[in-house]
Design a protein around this ligand. Sequence first.
Ligand code: NAD
Length: 417
Amino acid sequence: MAEIQTAHQVALEQLRTTAERLNLEPGIHEMLKQPKRSLIVSIAIQTDDDNLRVFTGCRVQHNDARGPFKGGIRYHPNVTLAEVTALAMWMTWKCAIADIPYGGAKGGVCCNPKKLSTSELQRLTRRYTTLLLDFIGPYRDVPAPDVYTDAQTMAWIMDTYSQFKGYSVPECVTGKPLSIGGSEGRAEATSRGVVLCAKEAAKLLGIQFRGAQVAVQGYGNVGSNAAKIAHEMGCNIVAVSDSKGGIYCPKGLNPDKVEEHKTNAGSVTDLEACDNITNEELLEIECDILIPAALESQITKANAGQVKAKLIVEGANGPVTPDADQILHGNNVFLIPDILANSGGVTASYFEWVQNLTREHWTLEEVNQRLEHKIVRAFNDVSRISGEEATDMRTAALILGVGRVSEAMKTRGLWPQ
Ligand code: NAD
């Protein structure tokens, strides 16, 4: 067996062990192993220098037993159908754990967006949308941003879809700019959910949340907002990092100052009165709460034993490998898995969709209040199962997610048979 498991192998193995625990009917397990539909498309665009280029894209729709498919679209050179399939499966569990009426999907285009101009990206996005036109829509499949796609990308999808329909359909995507039906609070919702999960776990573990020492890996959307929200809630942010390295300041950092410095200097490193550290050192720093919010596979069997945090909250997708999971569990490190910890983003997406469908616009306070209610309930549901089944939080989250989806499939039945 290969040393490093691919995301798809990990997803299938998680499903297998969860199906065993749930005593799932073999037929339901078989259906869940594979997406309901996978679409591969060739996206031809005119480049700025008047040539034709063709990119390969896909949309994987894993399961829609609980509601329309839902999931991000990523633009990345390493996008593969297998990876997107795993991400679509995780979206199915994530939406079920958050208890929002969606299934799971994911899309991707194999390209290097950093090497495409804005107008090329616009043409790519619009052409990709036309190729998916019969398979997406407010009641079918609702895309959202993911790696290297953003609110502007969603605006182009919304406009293309609406042009074909002949009227505005803001509810066909989420993560849109506010001016065309985006939701207040959507941009920070993933991070707010991460910090709220950390707060709930701190209560369980007897960690004083106000004053808790927090380290954050990655200072992008999820990491920087998580640092800011944790700071607002009274935590002491002792270390942060980005792709160029990290900084450590045991007395505590001001996340707004770090952001300002990063904007001016291009990195969080070299901030006054802080020690520069490497990304490896950040993961092993003395702290109460560690939030990996950068990339996948950051805590592996090579460094899991050196983690000193009592609590890890997975802001990123898949930052802890399965081998590392076992080591951390053995060392009594409490881990809140990505499918629960970063579900605040899709929950706020659901709020955006509801607001669009009802032509309403909620205040930031209303969005944040509803988000807190949903995420705290999801945390408590998973924590209860973890206690009942005497298992870790990741296994408990999978039991909840796979259990809810299979229940919906059995209730709906199979037609045509
Ligand atoms: P982003 O691109 O805004 O930020 C990523 C950050 O990680 C950047 O600061 C980058 O410099 C840093 N980074 C890159 N390589 C690093 C390394 N080796 N060590 C330390 N830092 C490094 O991305 P994002 O939207 O914040 O997403 C981060 C993660 O969270 C991804 O795994 C994403 O799938 C996941 N996620 C994001 C959302 C969301 O709403 N944005 C929702 C759910 C999950």
